[in-house]
Design a protein. Sequence first.
Length: 199
Amino acid sequence: GANHHVTPATIEQFEQHLSTAGIVLIQMEIPHETVNVVIQKCRAMRVPVLLDPAPAVNLSPEELQGIRYLTPNESEAEVLTGRTIRTPQDARHAVEQLHDMGVETVILTLGKNGVVYNSEEGVRHQPAYEVDVVDSTAAGDAFAAAFAVQISQSSELGAAVDFAQRAAALSVGKSGAQTSLPGIDEVNAYLSSRPTPPT
């Protein structure tokens, strides 16, 4: 229950750390009002926010407009858009809808079907890496964290998505949550051993 004690007052206490952040990664396991406070403060400070909308909740257009990067999976995107998502084409429509609702960059993860995201070149589909799945727990966490690391280091969007997919692929090959998350050296080694899937 510790997450429920992360209140707006907690954010006020540590506000100075937000102003120096390269990116702020947040999710919906803390109170909704706290998430909104973080988004508002980061928007005022011009600090990019990456929201992993898990567990799935409805977010208003006003809330979405403060988000630079949004990383929903299919079920979370269905809640946010009201659409049924079964195929990469369904995902494309959901990405376009969420972008029109105010999110700058939407990165919709589709598990074994890869990732669909919008960029300056339009909406793109990047297939997943083929891996033997042991446990998918924390794959979304691995993806979001790896993506945030790369973007904060000024990586190009497509490269950051690819890096995040590789981290997620590594995570599903192990059991557990924290125990399955790969370190940077492991992801870099995977980068050199696996070619990027064709788009």
